[in-house]
Design a protein around this ligand. Structure first.
Ligand SMILES: C[S@@+](CC[C@H](N)C(=O)[O-])C[C@H]1O[C@@H](n2cnc3c(N)ncnc32)[C@H](O)[C@@H]1O
Length: 300
């Protein structure tokens, strides 16, 4: 791209290139990436169409489009994504939040009692607890992840969305993150589990739930760019659910609830895990596409 080019001509040229290469969202992708490189929002992109773009900026656009053409998602390239009406920054350690996960947030908002306390296990970008807290100023939460780089991003996202004073971030392996120092009585003491010592009203999680074998067959956009730690649920994809089902009751108040996101074919098997662990009133809810998406289970 050596000659001077206008804003409008630039995004249309890339729209055509993406479209010819089979990208279904070519127009949106081209506008977002050109807008990102130029620092333009959608309105500026529309009203400044005829302005000329410097060669330096045009080559920045080429670099972004080259990444897109290899299958990297627009959200990952621009480094942020919208979830539940809020903006979330992303890094290499965070899963890109998915619209499907908004169902878990809807559920949590309904299930959380006034002044309630919850924990989100495997929080990634922090999209779940931050969306809950942004809509429930009375609530407090704990978010954990095994990956410190993910927690770093969750912390930035909590700041950005104005909930950091009500979200405690803890690093560790599932419930292991919550274990208080030996000087504090296990999980009933002040501070260690982020509650007042009486346990959580809700345990939330969207854990990795794809079997290791299937991860290899996912679309390149997911397989090659979302972190493997966020996708791979072990040989049968159920490893994290086994841990959550086995240990959740220990951390819940009586009458508390677990809400987990699941894969479309895991409704029955995940329900069975919670039933075997002594949970009651177990339900499976479908997403807008009619696929099983959330399992809820009550601690008696
Ligand atoms: C499917 S992602 C979900 C991220 C985020 N909650 C969301 O919905 O977008 C699963 C998350 O679990 C974390 N994770 C994987 N293994 C873990 C473990 N053993 N203990 C705690 N977190 C873990 C990953 O780092 C990742 O952030």
């Amino acid at each position: 791209m050596s000659e001077d080019v206008s804003v409008g001509a630039l995004w249309r040229r890339w729209r055509d290139e993406l479209s010819q290469r089979g990208f279904a969202t070519a127009t949106l992708d081209a506008k977002l990436l050109v807008g990102h490189a130029l620092g333009f929002d959608a309105l500026q992109l529309a009203t400044r169409e005829s302005e000329l773009v410097s060669r330096l900026l045009a080559s920045d656009v080429t670099a972004l489009m080259t990444r897109r053409l290899t299958g990297e998602s627009v959200a990952r390239i621009i480094g942020h994504r919208e979830f539940y009406g809020l903006e979330f920054e992303l890094n290499e350690a965070t899963l890109e939040p998915r619209p499907d996960t908004e169902l878990l947030v809807d559920f949590a908002l309904k299930a959380l009692p006034q002044g309630g306390r919850f924990v989100d296990l495997g929080t990634g970008s922090g999209c779940i607890p931050i969306a809950v807290l942004a809509n429930r100023p009375d609530a407090r939460g704990v978010a954990s992840d095994i990956n410190p780089r993910a927690l770093e991003m969750a912390g930035r996202n909590a700041e950005r969305n104005g909930v950091s004073d009500r979200l405690t971030l803890l690093q560790g392996d599932w419930f292991g993150a919550l274990i208080p120092p030996p000087s504090i009585p296990p999980h009933k003491g002040e501070g260690g589990d982020g509650t007042d010592g009486s346990g959580f009203d809700l345990i939330l999680s969207n854990p990795p739930y794809i079997s290791s074998e299937i991860v290899e067959t996912l679309a390149p956009e997911v397989r090659d760019f979302d972190p493997r730690l966020a996708l791979d649920g072990g040989p049968d994809g159920l490893g994290p659910y086994r841990i959550i089902a086995a240990e959740a009751a220990h951390w819940l108040k009586p009458g508390g609830q677990v809400l987990v996101e699941i894969g479309y074919d895991q409704g029955a098997v995940v329900s069975n895990l919670f039933e075997a662990a002594g949970f009651s009133r177990i339900g499976v809810t479908k997403d807008l596409a009619g696929l099983d998406r959330v399992v809820s289970a009550h601690h008696i």
